[in-house]
Design a binder for this molecule. Structure first.
Ligand code: IPM
Ligand code: MN
Length: 386
């Protein structure tokens, strides 16, 4: 079979720093596991490309990216001076647009953000059960609150009105919720230690809405959820309003398994879930199209470009490394060697977390790279990476 073609998109801010570490680690994995993988580093989308070409990425960027088998993004957002708020605000909206464009144009309608606490990770909750947190938030990635429609009427006057239109289609709701049930089933099958939810069920899906205040899409989500649940009798179903879910994520996050949420609710909940599992430096994510694995999935850390620490060798590269592990895992069905490399990388980050601290980007990268080479891959029972 042919080689897998991967594109690394370093982006802005801390993106190039965490990607340099990731690129070196990927080179080690390719060598060690003889991965049939070719890697290209792309200079866009980025603020630097914008400065040179007046746009964040070339006009044919999406077509170019479709030629790859998998994409890994560092971070996007203007790393420019924070002391010029006007410029920052204006360019920020420009420079974030490509991420939303890529998700939409590539039809990557599901965003998966696992939050699993790993030993050695900071734990900000006092209850020891917080170390059992193991959830997967599935975020709608194509519509909802992120349609960009609406506008500003009578702009700049005292009578100004800003509207922001939310759109929820039955088709996107159905595929999202079905995917959540499928993932819950799959996670239960993969677990080495079974979990038990209500009714002695082995998995759970929790639906998030704000149906008390936003009944139209809230009811569409609820009805779809109830209808599809009949196909998954082994999965416990649960619902939380998004505000109550925020409380419960802090009060008893160990109760959650798969959580399915709209685009904006999922965005907010995944920052909260990330901080339960050590913070933004450790949270990976996947944007994918579960119906079509020929569309290159886009993997990225949950964090942004962090302009406040960019260029200082302070960023934690491990969220990007865990995103790479998810990418290699996702390639596994078509390029089986990648599966083993994913496991090796995940195990190495996990072992390192348990006994080392992160202080500097490059030092963490070098330490992990050495560790990868000194602890060659074993084939233990498969541990889940999402
Ligand atoms: C994320 C980010 C983006 C989002 C921003 C940068 C538009 O917060 O990936 O979670 O809201 O989707
Ligand atoms: Mn976010």
């Amino acid at each position: 079979t042919r080689h897998a073609r991967l594109a690394l998109l370093a982006g802005d801010g801390i993106g190039p720093e965490v990607m340099a570490v990731t690129d070196a680690i990927l080179a080690t994995l390719i060598r060690q596991h003889q991965l049939p993988v070719e890697v290209d580093n792309l200079p866009w989308p980025s603020h630097q490309w914008h400065q040179q070409h007046g746009e964040m990425m070339p006009a044919d960027a999406v077509r170019t990216l479709r030629g790859y088998d998998g994409l890994l993004l560092g971070a996007l957002g203007d790393p420019g001076p924070l002391d010029d708020p006007q410029r920052y605000l204006l360019s920020d909206s420009v420079s974030l647009a490509p991420l939303l464009t890529l998700r939409k144009e590539l039809d990557l309608w599901a965003c998966e953000r696992p939050a699993r606490w790993l030993p050695g990770t900071p734990c900000y909750l006092a209850d020891p059960r917080a170390r059992d947190v193991d959830m997967l938030v599935i975020r709608e990635n194509s519509e909802g609150e992120y349609t960009g429609q609406g506008g500003r009427l009578r702009r700049g006057t005292a009578d100004e009105v800003a509207t922001q239109v939310e759109v929820f289609t039955a088709a996107a709701t159905e595929r999202l919720i079905r995917h959540a049930f499928e993932r819950a089933r799959q996670r239960a099958a993969d677990r080495t230690e079974p979990r038990r939810f209500r009714g002695d069920k082995a998995a759970q899906v929790c639906l998030i809405t704000k149906r008390n205040a936003q009944p139209h899409w809230g009811d569409l989500y609820t009805e779809t959820f109830q209808r599809l649940a009949a196909d998954y009798p082994e999965v416990d179903t649960h619902h939380e309003l998004v505000d109550a879910a925020c409380m419960k994520f802090v009060q008893c996050p160990w109760h959650f398994d798969v959580v399915v949420a709209s685009n904006l609710h999922g965005d907010i909940l995944t920052d909260l879930a990330a901080v339960l599992c050590g913070g933004p430096g450790l949270a990976p994510s996947a944007n994918l199209n579960p119906q079509d694995d020929t569309i290159p999935a886009l993997f990225e850390p949950v964090h942004g470009s962090a302009p406040d620490i960019a260029g200082q060798d302070l960023a934690d590269p491990r969220a990007t490394l865990l995103s790479l592990a998810m990418l290699l895992d996702w390639l596994g069905p078509r390029w089986p060697a990648c599966q083993k490399a994913a496991q090796h990388l995940h195990d190495t980050v996990k072992a390192d977390l348990a006994d080392s601290d992160h202080h500097h980007t490059r030092a963490t990268g070098e330490r992990l790279n050495e560790r990868l080479q000194s602890a060659p891959a074993t084939t233990p029972e498969r541990t889940r990476r999402s």
